[in-house]
Design a binder for this molecule. Structure first.
Ligand code: GLN
Length: 486
């Protein structure tokens, strides 16, 4: 089977269950493709570990104890801690760090049978929109290696797009699953905040961080999301106390009469014409499928940028205080006393963007500024969430672009962090509200680069989003397009 690397999670799972291929065969194929680390997508690969997991999966397939995704490979964003692979979160401060345990999401996917291919490159501590902030070098976009793959889950998106893994995990704090999925032409979903456990996911901004799957289709995402989600109250008190759900059950529901809200603020001046045209073509497909487009308004869309870039750094400044050279990873070599050791370790270990955010965060939380910045941002965050609830009185799902442009070229926004921040405008609102959102391929824009359609649902409506995405993918072939040579 020469095209194993282009098969969906679903097809691989069924070929493995019927023993047409073995887990070792599948793993070996992907490991061969990963050789030389194309696109700099991976940060850690250990074929011994992968093959041992694959052999264990084959044993389970043989004795009838296999999980639903037994033997299907997956690669994890490097912010999920793993016992058998190094974990760095793309930071020098965690170089050489190995966790004594697996993140809940990693463990749950392994229980479902998935075999770990390795750890994927990302922006340092998931801070970034282009994967240019990784301490281990940027990831290339497989559609055009001169362009960024998006971020922060850039390695995840590039690996799936380049056929180095059939699926990957990502994390999304302000868009980090949706935007790289959009830039690399794959499908990704960020579930409702609390659906997936954050235990073992290295914290960036805890009130926003969510894990989710990235794959080639909505159906594959549904299969993985069903395995990833579930209450984990003893270990993550913000995980939701809800039963696990089979997100594949309603994939084929009709979209007849579905009301799709089109927020006018997502189609304003800053939106590139090529992205707009691609998004419009996807919306026309939805009309053909029986959906109705309804104009809506999310009036505080623009405010989501300052609000997010106050709240996320504030939480990051607190979360990242644990990296001080004592318990984890890097420690400075020469120091005079404990405080000097802390200072030197952090100065050497963190990159510029992480330092910038720690300083911003400490500032907005400091006495005298807390009320003016952090507290105000919290109030507006609430209003942004209320705006969505108003909108959902008139529609079932919301659709728009994921990002204002296609993937930009390396260096284009370098030295201008604000340019990257502004490009997060369409993904930040759903994050601040804790709503589920996804990116679905919707054709191509300038330079032949992929464009993603964003779908946002109300709380716990992942099944409805995945249904809408799946029906679009049944009617179109944008998600089946691949970069040249893959
Ligand atoms: N681009 C946003 C940031 O830099 C979002 C990142 C994310 O979702 N992890 O913070």
């Amino acid at each position: 089977m020469s095209d194993l690397h282009n098969l969906s999670v679903k097809s691989l799972a069924s070929l493995l269950q019927t023993k047409e291929v073995s887990a070792v065969e599948v793993a070996t194929r992907f490991l061969a493709r990963m050789g030389g680390n194309p696109h700099n997508a991976f940060l850690d690969i250990d074929s011994e570990v992968t093959l041992a997991q694959a052999r264990a999966s084959d044993a389970k397939l043989a004795d009838g104890t296999a999980g639903p995704l037994e033997g299907v490979p997956v690669a994890h964003k490097d912010v999920f801690v793993t016992r058998d692979f190094a974990t760095t979160a793309g930071s020098k401060i965690l170089s050489g760090y190995r966790s004594p345990f697996d993140a809940t999401v990693v463990q749950r996917l392994r229980t479902a049978g998935m075999v770990t291919l390795g750890k994927l490159n990302c922006d340092e501590f998931a801070m970034g929109s282009a994967n240019e902030n990784s301490a281990y070098g940027p990831v290339q976009n497989p559609w055009d290696t001169a362009r960024v793959p998006g971020g922060s889950s850039g390695g995840s998106a590039a690996a799936v797009a380049a056929g180095l893994a059939p699926a990957a995990t990502g994390t999304d704090t302000g868009g980090s699953i949706r935007q790289p999925a959009s830039f690399c032409g794959i499908t990704g979903i960020k579930p409702t905040y609390g659906r997936a456990s954050r235990y073992g996911m290295i914290a960036y901004a805890s009130s926003l961080d969510q894990a989710g799957p990235m794959a080639r289709s909505a159906e594959d995402c549904a299969l993985m999301l069903s395995a990833m989600c579930g209450a984990d109250l003893d270990r993550d008190s913000t995980s939701l106390d809800m039963p696990t759900e089979d997100f594949t059950a309603s994939l084929n529901n009709s979209l007849e009469g579905l009301r799709i809200g089109i927020p006018k603020e997502f189609f304003g001046e800053g939106l590139a014409a090529d992205v707009r045209a691609a998004v419009d073509s996807a919306l026309r497909e939805y009309e053909k499928l029986g959906a109705k487009l309804v104009p809506i308004s999310l009036p505080r869309t623009e405010l989501s940028i300052p609000v997010y870039y106050i709240i996320a750094p504030a939480e990051a400044s607190s979360n990242l205080s644990r990296f001080d050279g004592v318990k984890f990873g890097h420690r400075a070599k020469d120091y005079t006393d404990l405080v000097d050791m802390y200072k030197k370790t952090r100065a050497e270990g963190f990159g510029n963007e992480v330092k910038r955010r720690i300083m911003t965060g400490a500032y907005v939380l400091s006495h005298g500024y807390y009320d003016a910045y952090y507290l105000q941002a919290q109030k507006i965050r609430r209003m942004i969430a209320d705006d969505f609830q108003n909108a959902f009185k008139e529609c079932d799902v919301i659709a728009g672009p994921v990002a204002p442009s296609v993937a930009w070229k390396f260096g284009e926004n370098a030295n201008d962090p604000v340019a990257d921040y502004l490009a997060d405008i369409f993904t930040l609102p759903a994050s601040l509200a804790g709503l589920p959102g996804m990116s679905v391929p919707a054709g191509f824009g300038a330079g032949g680069m992929p464009v993603g359609l964003q779908l946002i649902g109300n709380y716990f409506k992942e099944a409805q989003l995945l249904n809408a995405a799946h029906r679009l993918q049944q009617a179109t072939d944008w998600h089946l397009q691949k970069p040249q040579g893959i």
